[in-house]
Write a protein that binds this ligand. Structure first.
Ligand SMILES: [Zn+2]
Ligand SMILES: [Zn+2]
Length: 258
C-alpha cells in the first residue's frame, strides 16, 4: 500500500492512494503537469491510474482535472451535484464522467464517500477499505459531525484537515467576512479542532495522521503539529506511540509505503 500526498493546502490538493493493486487519485486540484511529475517521481506511471475521486467542486480540488483526463482518459467519480458545479464538466469525455453513489468498488477496494459540512454542493470525504485496513481522507470540514467522527473511527491512516491556527486567523490579514467563512460550520477545521476530534475518535492501537489542507496565511506546519500534539496529550494520548503525526505541504510530496 502506498500513500503519496502530492499537494495539500488551500492552493491545491491531490492525494494518490494505492491499495489492493488499485491506484486512485483523490482530487486533482493542481495542474496535470504537476500530477504527472509528482507521480513519476515516486515511480507511478500516470497511465496506471484506475480513476480519480473528487471531494467537491472548489478549484483547489479540480483545477487539473480537465487536462489530466484529456491526456490520460481515466474515469472521474463525483457526486451528481458536484458534477453540476464543475465548470469544465462538458469538456470531460462522457465515458470518463461517472456519478458517485453511496459506495464504489474498485477491485477489492471499497471506496465510501461520507458527507462533510462545507460550502460546496455535495462535499464528501472518503473511506477506503481493503481487507482489514481503513484509510480516510477528511479535509474541508467546517465542523466535525457525528458522520465524520464515525468515518474516522478505527482508521489506520487519516488525512485530516488542520487548516488554521485560531489566533493567526483572528490577527491575520483576511477581511472579516473571509475570517467568518473559514471559522463557520461550512468553512475549515482549526488545528485545535483537529486535535480534539482525534482524542474523541475510536482508534486502532496505532494511527497515522497526516495533517492536511493547511492555510498558507493562517498556519504553519510546526504550529499545526504542536497544537494537535498538545491537545492529544492533554486528552491522554501518547503521541508518537498511539498516534503518529505527519506534516503535509502545498508543494512537496509526502509519502508512506506500508
Ligand atoms: Zn473547499
Ligand atoms: Zn479545499
Amino acid at each position: 500500500m502506498q500513500l503519496h500526498i502530492l499537494a495539500s493546502g488551500s492552493t491545491g490538493n491531490a492525494i494518490f492512494i494505492e491499495m489492493g493493486g488499485r491506484k486512485i487519485l483523490v482530487d486533482a486540484g493542481i495542474s496535470a503537469r504537476r500530477i504527472e511529475r509528482g507521480l513519476s517521481e515516486v515511480g507511478i506511471p500516470i497511465n496506471s491510474l484506475d480513476g480519480v475521486v473528487i471531494t467537491h467542486e472548489h478549484s483547489d480540488h479540480i483545477k487539473g482535472i480537465e487536462v489530466l483526463v484529456k491526456r490520460h482518459r481515466m474515469p472521474v467519480y463525483a457526486r451528481p451535484a458536484t458534477w453540476e458545479g464543475i465548470p469544465c464538466r462538458d469538456k470531460i469525455p462522457l465515458e470518463c464522467r461517472r456519478e458517485l453513489g453511496d459506495s464504489l468498488d474498485m477491485g477489492a477496494v471499497k471506496v465510501v464517500p461520507f458527507a462533510i459540512s462545507h460550502d460546496a454542493r455535495d462535499p464528501v470525504g472518503f473511506c477506503f477499505y481493503y481487507q482489514q485496513t481503513k484509510w480516510v481522507v477528511a479535509t474541508d470540514l467546517g465542523v466535525i459531525t457525528s458522520t465524520v467522527e464515525k468515518a474516522l473511527s478505527y482508521a489506520d491512516v487519516a488525512i485530516l484537515e488542520s487548516n488554521h491556527d485560531i489566533q493567526m486567523l483572528q490577527n491575520g490579514p483576511y477581511p472579516q467576512f473571509l475570517k467568518q467563512r473559514i471559522k463557520s460550520r461550512l468553512g475549515h477545521l482549526s488545528n485545535h479542532d483537529a486535535g480534539h476530534i482525534l482524542t474523541c475518535t475510536s482508534r486502532p492501537p496505532l494511527m497515522h495522521v497526516f495533517l492536511a489542507h493547511l492555510s498558507q496565511n493562517n498556519n504553519l506546519p510546526s504550529l499545526a503539529e504542536n497544537t494537535v500534539k498538545k491537545v492529544l496529550q492533554e486528552g491522554g494520548c501518547a503521541v508518537g506511540d498511539e498516534i503518529i503525526l505527519h506534516r503535509t505541504y502545498p508543494d512537496r510530496t509526502v509519502s508512506m509505503i506500508k
